[in-house]
Structures are given as structure tokens and as C-alpha cells.
Design a protein around this ligand. Structure first.
Ligand code: RP5
Length: 169
């Protein structure tokens, strides 16, 4: 497990994925968290290949100080849902697109959760939004982070208006 935190404060977000082959997709979540200065850890936790590690990770996450878990997986993407079943923390699921089926298999595996066990599912390959959603969740109880998100949103607006002005010029 690779951790981005300082020596006194542990990670707030657990960024996990079913395989290291998911990293090219999941990296965008790490970048978004880093942009907002959010401490996070990264690791491979497989629902199918390391089931005990997955359960241990989910059950110990809150006690280790994590506040949000981002879980990405592809194909028969059971990791986000299984992690959500074993922790009370909010879980954000990222459907990772693989070679076949364009990620529809991943999306449906993650989004179709039974009542009582929610996973906040982002779009196929939408890891950046997963990072941003984690920032919003943490920002609900962290005014400085919420203000940073408001500035980010204002930046999005400015960018669109600038592009609109350039188009009209
Ligand atoms: C899933 O199987 C992983 O999340 C990954 O998307 C997919 C393929 O894994 P590898 O065979 O590339 O390790 O569990």
C-alpha cells in the first residue's frame, strides 16, 4: 500500500483497485485528490484473488482513520460492492473499462447494488470524478476544503466562458 500523507496524519481516502492493470484509469482519482491536498493511500485489493485482504481492508478502514474509499475494478467488478458491504464508510465505485464490452460489464456490476448497500458509482472510466466526489464528501465537514471546491467550480465556469468568448471572437 502506497501512502500519500505526512508523518503525523494518516490518509483520509483509500484508493484501491482490483488489479495494477486498473492504475492507468484510476490514476486520475489520485491526481484529483493531490490537487486538493487530500492525504490518500493507494493499493491493489482484489475481491476475487485476495478476498481476505479485501475484507480486512474494509473492516479496518474506519478504525485507521479513512473517511472515504474509492474502489475501481473492471469486468466482474465486485470490489466496490463487497467493500461497501463490510464498512460503513462511503464507497465510490469506478467502473474500469476493459478490452471487451467497453466497460458496460464493469458499470453494471458496480451500479446495480441491492437496497441497503449503496455504492456511489461514477461513469465508466470516471476516476477523476471519483476523486472530486471524495473531496466534496470531505469538504462537507472541512470549510477550507469546501471553499477550495468552490474555487475549482468557479474555475470551470471561467474556462467555459473564456472558450465561448474565443469562439465568438
Ligand atoms: C478485475 O479484473 C480488475 O479490477 C481488473 O480490471 C480486471 C483484470 O485484472 P488483470 O487480469 O489485468 O489483473 O478484478
Amino acid at each position: 500500500m502506497y501512502t500519500v500523507s505526512d508523518s503525523t496524519n494518516g490518509p483520509l481516502v483509500g484508493l484501491i483497485m482490483g488489479s495494477d492493470s486498473d492504475w492507468p484509469t484510476m490514476e486520475a482519482a489520485a491526481e484529483a485528490l493531490a490537487e486538493f491536498g487530500i492525504r490518500f493511500e493507494v493499493g491493489v485489493v482484489s475481491a476475487h484473488r485476495t478476498p481476505q485482504r479485501m475484507l480486512d481492508y474494509a473492516r479496518e478502514a474506519a478504525g485507521r482513520g479513512l473517511k472515504v474509499i474509492i474502489a475501481g475494478a473492471g469486468g466482474a467488478a465486485h470490489l466496490p460492492g463487497m467493500v461497501a458491504s463490510a464498512t460503513a464508510l462511503p464507497v465510490i465505485g469506478v467502473p474500469v473499462p476493459l478490452k471487451y464490452l467497453d466497460g458496460m460489464d464493469s458499470l453494471l456490476s458496480i451500479v446495480q447494488m441491492p437496497a441497503g448497500v449503496p455504492v456511489a458509482t461514477v461513469s465508466i472510466g470516471g476516476a477523476r470524478n471519483a476523486g472530486l466526489l471524495a473531496a466534496r464528501i470531505l469538504g462537507a465537514s472541512d470549510p477550507a476544503l469546501r471553499e477550495a471546491m468552490e474555487r475549482f467550480q468557479a474555475g470551470l465556469e471561467s474556462m467555459v466562458l473564456e472558450k465561448d468568448a474565443a469562439l465568438r471572437a
